[in-house]
Write a protein that binds this ligand. Structure first.
Ligand SMILES: NC(=O)c1ccc[n+]([C@@H]2O[C@H](COP(=O)([O-])OP(=O)(O)OC[C@H]3O[C@@H](n4cnc5c(N)ncnc54)[C@H](O)[C@@H]3O)[C@@H](O)[C@H]2O)c1
Ligand SMILES: O=c1ccn([C@@H]2O[C@H](COP(=O)(O)OP(=O)(O)O[C@H]3O[C@H](CO)[C@@H](O)[C@H](O)[C@H]3O)[C@@H](O)[C@H]2O)c(=O)[nH]1
Length: 508
């Protein structure tokens, strides 16, 4: 009988996962531990370490259980390992920045350190679950580290149970997973451990969504899922470049292709490229895996997905420059949105970073506004040169960032930036899809109200306060071109040509 679960790593995965298990399994004690004391302090305060819709509601509800509260955030790692029946490794696996595989392979140093601590401390049998994204074969390496490092007589079973949540919809994704993969050893004890983990998920997930397989397949399925999703977006972005050149419209192309149910229209939204803490590092890890296996054509194939993403970002900066008479030196450009997607404060590999750097280098003053990202985070990410630093300005409202701007660039699709028609259209789609509607009473679904409560951008007043000609660059294809044309703006979106494009000869 599982009574205690410990999540090691209180980040984007460990914190919310621990909260959802505690929420759904009131008779299980969940402890989320981290070596980073300030992160744990933050989880124990009202200001959670990340913005994620619905998360604070869930945690508040668990805490209201008073002496029945079954969720603890702590730095007492050894104690939590000692007490746990199941240990979930929710530790970061960043891209390696040194030595062999630098820039491509995943760095497993943090995971290994945690596994060594488990081996050191454990005195009873443990099921160790890989939630982190790892290269194939890691589960058996973890098993080896545990067995060779263990001082006691205890037995370990390692399971691969990759996490598929997306930031911004973490709580919904954890409460309603599309599938739960459990990779186990093909032994009786391996299958028993998988069954114990499956029993936890079954408290809130229907059994047919739980798929058991071998560990390598589960590990590869995670890298492959992210690579396939990133590939779809790179594919549509490659087509957006063709649309801009031949006067076709990417939205029509998505409709034309996505209406085929075999293709579907999800993850086909064209924009300034994909970012985040997962796609860039996981596609690179797949490229590295293929290269290490001597499969160079396979590696080149997936590497093209990365290259396409770089190209989309560079092309957008060139397009801005081209539309603005090839010179933005001395001009004011407002950038709305800095996080890598809406509804998250995460900026890892955000396309906005490259965008802001590219515009700064051209001599423009860049005024950034993001509803959830702090000025210090933006400055750290952009790390402008001394010369550029004074031309990077961060504001706490969109109005201030856009005052006196020559151009406004929308870089993240926050709902508050939508034009009225676009807002209405997405509300209708949400109603049809049941998002934030009445399909569920989960506490975690309430987060959307946090967004709608924030002030919508008043585009009329923004445009009134811009310099003429006023350019609007829609890096997320989320605004209505007609709306801005009615306001006499020069609107440029991704995936269709604009009459403001510079067509004379290419910018190299
Ligand atoms: N962020 C996502 O949306 C997401 C989704 C699915 C899977 N993943 C994968 O899950 C893993 C975790 O991702 P994340 O975004 O939560 O990372 P994160 O950086 O937000 O959190 C990881 C935490 O682990 C802690 N940590 C590292 N080593 C430790 C140790 N030895 N002992 C205790 N704590 C330690 C760090 O201090 C950090 O707080 C990664 O492999 C990632 O690829 C992430
Ligand atoms: O049609 C689309 C969809 C997404 N994006 C961009 O793609 C990136 C990633 O978006 P998304 O996948 O929604 O967010 P992540 O939180 O990075 O989630 C991905 O990475 C996680 C970590 O591995 C996985 O668990 C998820 O299943 C996987 O979707 C973001 O920059 C988005 O703006 C687009 O440009 N067009």
């Amino acid at each position: 009988m599982i009574q205690n679960i410990t999540c090691i790593g209180a980040g984007f995965v460990g914190g919310p996962l621990g909260a959802v298990i505690a929420y759904r399994c009131p008779n299980i004690s969940v402890t989320v531990v981290d070596k980073n004391a300030s992160r744990i302090d933050s989880w124990n305060s009202d200001a959670l370490p990340m913005y994620e819709p619905g998360l604070s509601d869930i945690i508040a509800e668990i805490r209201q259980r008073k002496n029945m509260c079954n969720l603890v955030f702590s730095c007492e790692i050894e104690k939590a390992i000692h007490e746990a029946d199941i240990i979930m490794l929710c530790i970061d696996t960043p891209t390696k920045k040194f030595g062999i595989g630098s820039g491509m392979a995943l760095d497993l140093g943090h995971i290994q350190a945690a596994v060594r601590t488990i081996a050191d401390v454990a005195t009873t049998d443990k099921i160790v679950v890989e939630k982190s994204t790892v290269p194939c074969g890691t589960a058996s390496r973890i098993q080896d580290l545990l067995v060779s490092g263990s001082k006691g007589n205890c037995k370990f079973e390692v399971l691969s149970n990759p996490e598929f949540l997306s930031e911004g919809t973490t709580v919904t994704d954890l409460l309603h997973p599309s599938r739960v993969l459990i990779g186990c050893q093909r032994t009786e004890t391996g299958r028993q451990a998988a069954e114990k983990l499956a029993e936890i998920y079954k408290r809130w997930t229907s059994p047919e969504l739980i798929i058991t397989m071998d560990q390598w397949s589960a590990e590869l399925s995670k890298l492959a899922s992210n690579a396939l999703l990133a590939q779809r977006i790179s594919s549509i972005n490659s087509l957006s470049a063709i649309c801009e050149a031949v006067d076709a419209n990417i939205d029509s192309v998505v409709e034309g292709c996505g209406s085929d149910p075999r293709i579907g229209n999800k993850m086909l939204h064209s924009g300034i490229g994909w970012g985040g803490s997962c796609f860039p590092k996981d596609v690179a890890a797949l490229v590295y895996l293929a290269r290490s296996l001597g499969l160079n054509t396979v590696a080149n194939y997936w590497n093209a997905v990365l290259e396409m993403n770089e190209d989309q970002q560079t092309r957008f900066v060139k397009r801005i420059l081209g539309c603005m008479q090839r010179c933005i030196n001395g001009k004011n450009i407002a950038v709305l949105g800095f996080s890598f997607k809406k509804d998250t404060s995460d900026t890892k590999h955000s396309p906005s970073i490259k965008l802001v750097r590219g515009l700064l280098v051209e001599g423009a003053t860049i005024c950034v506004y993001d509803p959830m990202v702090s000025e210090s985070q933006i400055r750290t990410d952009v790390s402008p040169s001394k010369d550029d630093s004074t031309r990077l300005r961060v504001f706490s409202t969109a109005d201030e960032a856009c005052a006196n701007a020559d151009a406004v660039v929308v870089a993240t699709e926050w709902d508050e930036f939508k034009t009225p028609e676009a807002l209405l259209a997405s509300h209708q789609v949400n109603l049809i899809n049941g998002v934030n509607g009445s399909e569920t009473n989960d506490v975690g679904m309430n987060g959307a109200h946090e967004i709608s409560a924030r002030k919508k951008v008043d585009w009329h007043s923004i445009v009134d306060n811009m310099k003429q000609p006023a350019f609007i660059f829609d890096g997320r294809n989320m605004l209505s071109s007609q709306y801005f044309e009615n306001l006499s703006c020069r609107y440029v979106g991704i995936g269709y040509s604009s009459r403001w494009d510079d067509v004379h000869y290419p910018l190299l």
